[in-house]
Design a protein. Structure first.
Length: 110
């Protein structure tokens, strides 16, 4: 039987999207990041996931996402890919990451 663990955290952060008619100026969103991990066997593993996700959220909270990931596009799709790259090494068996705002969402799945 496959056990999965899903956890979500919220943060507020800003961004701008060059060339986008509505988002070209700096503005903010309330973002939600949801991670799903397979093969969880203990409370300690859940604690590790909460800790790594918390570190990522703390890094993003109140920041300009364009500056945190200057090589990437700070759209929901771009932030999802960036989050995957940042979290996959620290969270074994990471299965998916979903990033959403009230307007849009994107999912990266292994």
């Amino acid at each position: 039987m496959k056990h999965t663990y899903t956890i979500a955290r919220q943060f507020a952060a800003g961004h701008s999207l060059v060339g986008h008619p509505l988002c070209r100026h700096q503005h903010g969103h309330d973002w939600t990041i949801t991670v799903t991990v397979s093969g969880i066997k203990s409370i300690d593993e859940q604690g590790l996931i909460r800790s790594k996700l918390g570190d990522f959220v703390d890094e993003c909270r109140g920041k300009n996402l364009n500056e945190l990931n200057p090589a990437g596009t700070p759209s929901v799709q771009g932030i999802a890919m960036w989050a995957w790259e940042r979290l996959v090494m620290g969270i074994p068996n990471l299965e998916s990451i979903e990033i959403s705002t009230s307007e849009e969402s994107a999912r990266v799945t292994l």
